[in-house]
Unconditional design. Sequence first.
Lengths: 594, 194
Amino acid sequence: MDKTGIHPGGEGVQAVAHGHDPHHEELGFWRKYVFSVDHKVIGIQYAFTGLLFLLFGFTLMMIMRWQLAYPGRPIPLIGLWLGQARAPMGIMLPEFYNQLGAMHGTIMVFMGVVPLAVGGFGNFVMPLQIGAPDMAFPKLNMMSYWVYFVGGVTMLASFFMRGGAAQSGWTSYPPLAVISDGQTMWLIGMIFLITSSLLGSINFIVTIVQLRAKGLSYMRLPFFVWAQFVTSFLLLLAFPPLEAAGVLQLMDRVAGTSFFMPSGLVVSGKVLTISGNGNPLLWQHLFWFLAHPEVYVLILPAMGIVAEIIANNTRKPLWGYKALVYSVTFLGFMSFIVWAHHMFMTGMGTTMSAFFQTTTMIISIPSVVILTALLLSLWGASIRFTTPMLFALAFLPMFGIGGLTGLPLGLAPSDIHLHDTYYVIGHFHYVVAPGTIFALFAGIYYWFPKATGRKMNELLGAIHFWGSFICINIVFMPMFIQGLAGMNRRMYDGGAQYAHNAGLPLKLNLVIGMAAWTLGLFQIPFIINFFTSIFWGKTVDRNPWEATTLEWSTPSPPGHGNFLTEPIVYRAPYEYSVPGAAKDFSPQFEPEKA
Amino acid sequence: MNIPYTVEERPDTGLTNGKLGIWLFLASEVMLFGALFSTYIILRTGAPEWPHGELNILLGAINTVILITSSVTMVMAWASLKLKDWAKHRLYLIATFVLAGVFLVNKYFEYKDHFDKGEGPWHSTFTAIYFTLTGLHGLHILGGMIVMLYLIGPGARLWKKNPDQFANRIEATGLYWHFVDLVWIFLFPVLYLL
């Protein structure tokens, strides 16, 4: 197992001397790669499954974009495969458009980004960065992955059920969600995904609290670990209310209760025979109580990744490490009391609106502090423009645009105009697509050498970056214009039936479509790069980026048990360019020379 | 490879991994039931009228006594382990398991009564929240019983190999069991009495 023990510089001798875990040498294929309890294998499983779901969710969107760019024209290539129930003669039905929209959101958030950012990077990197031999509960870790897997399969299977997949948006507002097809499978899938996240978050918190290496105090933790720590608390405390809400909606669908169903509801001209007296707004409160913290679950690990890469490639300590830590903690607390800014249009009253728009303005402060600290870290640095750094640098303005365009949505008066338009889509996609997903790409390029022992190709990386960067801005920037013009975000024909969309807003759909498909093409260099580099990439030793954190003290890839000798931490995480030091980086694991 | 602090406590935190883990799990459970109790409050305050006297208070009270007793026997099961009294530990753990079973049997008769009258969860907002809350609580009882069954059966072998770890497992199970008991102590007045 431990080929990596043979290493220049005498480490091979060390590995043999330590025996490096002789009990686990003889694991078979299934226990080693499929039902593994090693956090690194589980991390890679999470990351790979997450990437596949990201690609699948993006494909759904590329199909939707065809319908928006050319309403009513047959979908090329795959149109005829979709079948009579979805696209007769290759022309998309409105119901199928709704399914694609709902599943795009669900897949991207719950099955793509979170598993990749938390399950993938958190699992692989965090225990290495804190000097732990594994997660605190390795078997629970394996179970988290497989519960997630079952949830993912349930969601995919829902496309093939009678009536198709869920079609009420990723938010699944009742009463619509309760009376439309496909929702039951969505709810069952969500309960699996939520359970997986809960188990994972417990494991993460216990690992960070209990398994930190000797000398690694909280204020010496790499910022990535802090980000994962806060993220885990958000998952732990915000997800159970959605699980409760999911159970209640499932009861509404399966047991005929009326938790979210008001009295006297008329569907297709018939009064529903239900007990009634339910409260549709209750779902929205329970849903957004999770889903707003979920936004921070999406963004915090991304900030953690970017912070690591910026410190490494600027060869400077992070500017304001303590401010970053306090901000991320404060952000975590605040994220629990901003949820109803998604509900200004529900008529919940001005007192409530005033409260939630105040908290929303407050929560923007720590976000700005984090962004500013990362930006100031660049000041006066001689930057290494590696592929991970390109993506990390792009994250800053992209997240900046996403964050700033969010302010008008957080204020009730301006939200009334912008709510449910393409402006909202532009806003949150700037946060999660060129924001979070770019940070995740940065993380893949950055930690790929640690996971495989080989570097990814820089030229293909640069093509992937510049192509994606340009295309993704052409996709999302026009949406602000469409939204300000009042184009509704859920129109199956792109809003052609409304006069105010005629002219520029409608024409932009074609531009966005072209850019989205080109963006798809620019992912091909990444896919080629990813697979060829596993086998033919340039081999690296343990610290190819000359970085300071603990994961770079072990062989690439690390064996089961991670560290050859017990790691001891001597200093803060980002001691780059220390005056008087022999080299421009002083790793946490190197003792002070007296 | 051994994960540190599975049995012994980490000096600076004073915790074993399992103990921190079970407390975090209970924190998430508080949020789960917290959301359901909030649902109850919102539905009840928004309802034009709320039914009274729908439930069998006697059976509910008996079940409350049973669960509190089972919490006591659970503590005794853990305490006798610490006193190295294996026979007593077995007795108390099995007693806890049996009490949990009796609770569920009582619950079955209560449910049957409602279904016989045709008043399932679909009947009214009250029956909806009643069946959801007690049903989910019942599932938690069932989950606890499965864990206890494991600790009475194949899991008991750990006592010979690693008595401290076994005692930790009983303690964690106990913490969970007290929580399930606590939820019922809220459920009983909220659903039966108020």
